[in-house]
Design a protein around this ligand. Structure first.
Ligand SMILES: Cc1cc2nc3c(=O)[nH]c(=O)nc-3n(C[C@H](O)[C@H](O)[C@H](O)COP(=O)(O)OP(=O)(O)OC[C@H]3O[C@@H](n4cnc5c(N)ncnc54)[C@H](O)[C@@H]3O)c2cc1C
Ligand SMILES: *[C@@H]1O[C@H](CO)[C@@H](O)[C@H](O)[C@H]1NC(C)=O
Ligand SMILES: *[C@@H]1O[C@H](CO)[C@@H](O)[C@H](O)[C@H]1NC(C)=O
Ligand SMILES: *[C@@H]1O[C@H](CO)[C@@H](O)[C@H](O)[C@H]1NC(C)=O
Ligand SMILES: *[C@@H]1O[C@H](CO)[C@@H](O)[C@H](O)[C@H]1NC(C)=O
Ligand SMILES: *[C@@H]1O[C@H](CO)[C@@H](O)[C@H](O)[C@H]1NC(C)=O
Ligand SMILES: *[C@@H]1O[C@H](CO)[C@@H](O)[C@H](O)[C@H]1NC(C)=O
Ligand SMILES: *[C@@H]1O[C@H](CO)[C@@H](O)[C@H](O)[C@H]1NC(C)=O
Ligand SMILES: *[C@@H]1O[C@H](CO)[C@@H](O)[C@H](O)[C@H]1NC(C)=O
Ligand SMILES: *[C@@H]1O[C@H](CO)[C@@H](O)[C@H](O)[C@H]1NC(C)=O
Ligand SMILES: *[C@@H]1O[C@H](CO)[C@@H](O)[C@H](O)[C@H]1NC(C)=O
Length: 584
């Protein structure tokens, strides 16, 4: 009997099961499904089904057109912590890029003013609307809960979305009219928040053993780094404290990636509930095709991950270069030129880091302090000449670097930010003509935005060909260059459209410079043209085959999660609020 047959034969049981109390707010129907069926689902997930509430609702006195009482204490807490990533990650209705809470087509939303969350213009006499937040969700506590959600989806046709920490730039973790699976609530479920360190982790049915850390899917970066530090090892990961599992599934760049590889390069085993209902442990020996697909296929395309194991490095001492100066329209041009001219040498020496406007933070695990100083002197001299500063800081560990430089100055969240990005070939940096062409492109884009450069490609990492499914362009690139744009809580539909269009147009210049290269799925343009080619390149066809094998009923879907329109037996999840439709 197939999974589908089993599900359908269970159909009549569905309505009969009615354990669990029902919420006092339970509507007669939700998403066209009678409440008894939701109550039965609630029963099969041990009472962990919840009706969603927009994060900002406590400040409003209208909710979906109905009068409600504002909760001023809760509103004050939301206002005070509006841009705090930890606070946001603890609320199902909150996203790091807050436009993904909203329906960008209709404008249905419930946002505050991120520049001043106490600004009453955002919430007084305004209707708070659920927008793109899944209206109902399961706070997933077990494998069985995920299986129950798959069964429910097959039975009812209700589509699923998977949310972890809500960092996504492409809106893949929210979804208008979906049933949400929240897998990121680490504080309330110990298994999802578990971490174990193993000196000799051996993947199931494999011979190879690794020094490794296993994390539940609710674990976030700052917890991982602190845990690794306690065990005197280094975990390689992203540049923000609350990033979750989506990082490892879509690629994962770190400023240590030039030496130690991408997130996907470091994963050695994954536990996943595949959409065919099976709970699998996958690695290079077990379901190795799925293991490959999960390492770069991205998002929830291949199922719900409950746990993953990654290799760790010994404790590292790092040299950190911290350079900044007051930027203006003329010194920025020569600064970026200097960056373009110096990056290849820095890459060969083991540096990785970020460059954003008049600021550079890089780290190096290979050089000693005097060599690091000599290597970076040209950039330090530049900054000092512009009235800025530069220093090389000798740090005892990655965790020490993270606490000193990242958590204290990380990217703000809670704004309506979107990206356009491109992986820039190493070859561009190797010739005069390549460097001049790149510098000219940057100079032209400066009046629009200062590029955010991530020097976090696996430049020196000894990659074993064919082991991950991210676009092979990662392996031949030196920079992951990004442009960002934004709109506001009160932007008009035209403003939103125009911002997306401008990002796309300015990013196109960098696409044109790098034919055949690609982009990072986790940090891409919402309207990335030919996205299958950009995000997966020559890996796409094989991913599509694996998708058909493990998700035969096409349960899992999300925006540009690829692999869908081509094999869809169900309508593509066209969560019409997920994006602005006009340019698709
Ligand atoms: C401030 C900020 C800083 C960032 N810094 C970096 C960085 O340094 N390096 C980098 O590479 N990226 C970075 N990113 C991008 C980040 O890697 C992606 O946003 C990533 O998708 C986040 O994963 P998440 O689980 O936190 O987010 P979510 O939005 O919750 O999920 C992202 C995607 O992964 C899927 N997903 C999450 N968990 C699971 C699971 N357990 N099973 C199945 N599917 C799952 C979701 O369905 C969704 O498709 C940053 C993002 C932000 C907002
Ligand atoms: C699900 O069941 C639990 C426990 O019985 C109950 O507290 C909760 O309100 C129910 N959820 C919904 C959405 O009805
Ligand atoms: C949120 O803000 C309140 C002030 O209203 C503060 O006391 C509280 O500690 C903050 N919570 C978090 C999790 O940051
Ligand atoms: C480490 O992994 C090995 C093999 O994978 C296993 O037998 C052992 O129990 C693990 N140790 C810990 C502390 O988890
Ligand atoms: C494990 O090692 C044995 C003996 O060296 C070898 O025969 C076998 O093929 C290996 N298995 C795997 C899965 O690599
Ligand atoms: C931590 O690891 C480093 C690098 O492997 C090693 O030199 C050091 O002795 C270790 N420290 C402790 C306390 O074990
Ligand atoms: C960068 O290199 C180009 C060409 O190699 C050269 O013309 C230019 O002066 C250099 N600029 C800086 C700031 O080093
Ligand atoms: C630092 O590294 C350089 C280059 O490898 C080497 O020549 C130098 O002796 C080292 N300095 C110290 C203090 O170890
Ligand atoms: C930019 O800053 C530098 C250094 O402070 C200064 O010399 C230069 O005049 C400034 N240029 C502009 C256009 O403001
Ligand atoms: C850039 O990289 C891509 C992808 O790896 C490759 O197809 C292309 O040929 C490269 N272009 C140049 C000019 O090296
Ligand atoms: C949006 O709100 C800001 C701050 O209150 C205000 O300055 C701006 O004019 C508003 N924009 C629109 C389009 O209403």
């Amino acid at each position: 009997m197939t999974f589908l047959d089993r599900v359908l034969s269970l159909g009549s049981l569905f309505v009969l099961l009615t354990c669990g109390r029902s919420s006092p707010h339970a509507p007669p129907q939700l998403l066209g499904i009678d409440w008894e069926q939701w109550a039965a689902l609630n029963c099969s997930v041990d009472g962990h089904l919840h009706l969603s509430r927009p994060f900002e609702l406590p400040c409003f006195s209208l909710f979906e057109g109905q009068a409600v009482s504002p909760d001023s204490a809760a509103c004050t807490a939301v206002q005070a912590n509006y841009t705090d990533p930890v606070f946001r990650s603890e609320h199902f209705g909150a996203y790091m890029q807050s436009q993904w809470e909203t329906c960008q087509v209709t404008g249905a939303s419930c946002l505050l003013d991120d520049s001043d969350p106490t600004n009453p213009a955002a919430y007084q006499s305004k209707d708070c609307q659920t927008g793109n937040i899944a209206p109902v969700y399961i706070d997933v506590q077990s494998v069985e809960h995920v299986q129950a959600a798959y069964t429910f989806s097959l039975k009812t046709g209700i589509k699923l979305s998977v949310k972890n920490k809500g960092h996504d730039y492409k809106g893949r973790s929210s979804g208008w009219n979906t049933l949400g699976l929240w897998v990121g609530q680490s504080h309330s479920f110990s298994a999802l928040a578990d971490m174990t360190f193993n000196e000799t982790f051996t993947s199931e049915n494999c011979n190879t053993s690794y020094r490794a850390i296993t994390i539940g899917t609710g674990v976030e970066m700052q917890q991982l780094y602190a845990f690794a530090d306690q065990h005197n090892v280094t975990a390689i990961g992203g540049y923000h404290k609350t990033i979750g599992t989506g990082y490892f599934l879509g690629g994962g760049h770190s400023i240590l990636s030039p030496v130690y590889g991408l997130g996907v390069d470091r994963v050695v085993e994954i536990k996943v509930v595949t959409p065919d209902g099976r709970f699998r442990t996958v690695n290079e020996c077990e379901d190795s095709d799925l293991f490959w697909a999960l390492r770069g296929g991205g998002g929830s395309a291949f199922g719900v991950v409950t746990e993953l194991t990654m290799r760790v490095e010994p404790q590292l001492t790092l040299q950190a270069a911290i350079i900044k100066f007051p930027a203006n329209s003329s010194n920025l041009v020569s600064w970026y030129e200097l960056m373009v001219n110096s990056s290849l040498r820095w890459g060969q020496e083991g540096w990785g880091g970020h460059i954003a406007g008049g600021s550079l933070i890089h780290v190096n695990p290979l050089l000693n302090q005097s060599a690091a100083q000599a290597s970076m002197q040209v950039a330090i001299d530049f900054a000092v000449a512009q009235g800025g500063s530069g220093l090389i800081d000798d740090l005892p560990s990655w965790n020490a670097f993270f606490l000193k430089y990242v958590t204290s100055a990380e990217v703000p969240v809670g704004s309506e930010i979107m990206l356009g990005t491109r992986l820039l070939n190493t070859s561009l940096f190797a010739t005069d003509s390549g460097r001049m062409a790149l510098s000219a492109a940057i100079t032209n884009v400066l009046p629009f935005a200062s590029p955010y450069v991530v020097v976090g490609t696996p430049f020196l990492f000894p990659y074993v060909e064919g082991t991950t499914s991210v676009t092979p362009a990662w392996r031949t690139a030196l920079w992951h260059l990004g442009l960002s744009g934004r709109f506001y809580f009160n932007s008009t539909a035209q403003d939103r459209q125009s911002e997306y269009t401008q990002i796309d147009q300015h990013t196109q210049v960098f696409r044109d410079l790098t034919p055949g290269s690609g982009a990072y799925f986790n940090e891409g343009d919402v309207y990335e043209p030919d996205h299958e080619q950009s995000y997966w390149g020559s890996n796409y066809e094989k991913l599509l085959e694996i998708k058909k094998k493990y998700d035969p009923y096409h349960i899992m879907n999300c925006w540009q999660c690829g692999m869908y329109s081509a094999c869809s037996t169900r309508p593509v999840l066209n969560a019409f609020c997920s994006r602005v439709e006009w340019s698709e």
